[in-house]
Design a protein. Sequence first.
Length: 408
Amino acid sequence: MNRGTGGGFVAAGFSLLFFAFLFGPLIIMVITAFNSSSFPRITPWECFTTDWFGVLFGDNRLMGGLLNSLVIAVGVVAIAVPIGLAGALALSELGPKLRATLYTVLITPILIPGVVLGISTIVFWGALGRSVGAGYGSFFFNGMFLTLAGQVTFISAYAMLVFMARLQRFDPLLTEAALDLGATPGQAFRKILLPFLGPAIGSAAFLTFLASFENYNTTVFTILSDSTFTTALASKVRLGTDPSLSALAVIIIGITLIGAIVHEAHARRQEALRTGTAPRSRVYGNPVLKTLVHPLTVFILLAGAAGLAAYLGSQHDASACKAGILEEKRARQQQLLDEQRKRIEEQRKQAAPTAPSAAPGKASPSPFGGAFNPGSLAPNAAPAPAAEPPKSNSPFGGAFNPGELKPE
């Protein structure tokens, strides 16, 4: 497309929609983290506050889950990175046919759903623990251990892929030359191959840490009675959301931005040093600017700015604004109650029927002539005379009639 046919406007509009779709939810979450409303929303805006960060850090279950996730992630990095490195080295030393078979076996855990991995981990380690007579208090039934074992089964494959991509650029003649010069295989590995794999080790460690920290599908089954950050967060969302989750998003976004900016500063510095343009550069040739754009300086400045913002936010008191908003809500609620009472009274007045007066002497429409009408009874009717006892037709002359007995 070219600008003459309007393609530039279409591309600009598409790009705008794409970035709005990508960053719009993040921007909304950042804004809602500073609204005093108990539900995450932008409108109506109530008060600017930083209290939701305190609510977030005061959630013991969420903070406990965060600590468990960090411990598990560090353990996964310590186990998955060596396993991935060993798998990548083994694949690089095998022939084409055997390499394809082993690659399929090692990459399969990534293709298996996390639910299946979680359930199979519980079943396998539970059966193994019962076979050796271990009780439910042993590590075979410990949620932290099961989560660590379940995550390593597939996260180590991620590390292996990173190392394989790096090893494709390695020249094996370097190792052979070191061996020809008298180096042992261990020395060749430590002094030639391991330094070459340094960037891949860092990337694999970072990738495995994030994959472990954010995992939910497998962890929700293997953690048992414990909780991680993701499972505690999911439980909090199911029970009801509040802006403390938006505060968590602000912290995660801030950490990500700081890391991205520091990484960019480091990459530019390494590129300038590699190409030899640093002395002639306007930035790196100036001692002051060179110090300012150093990755460590950039990190210190960004961390200081974040700390200053956190301190200023903690000093902000929104209690007066919250009290005013609460009074407005109460007044509005009372107004609505009064309006509802008025509507109910008007409906009662409109629905009340007028009782019709009955016409005197009106004949009863009943075919019984009003025999069952209580009003037809005479007020002073004389009592009916007592009936004469009937004469007995018995041949015994009433000898067995109780009424013929005379008291003595």
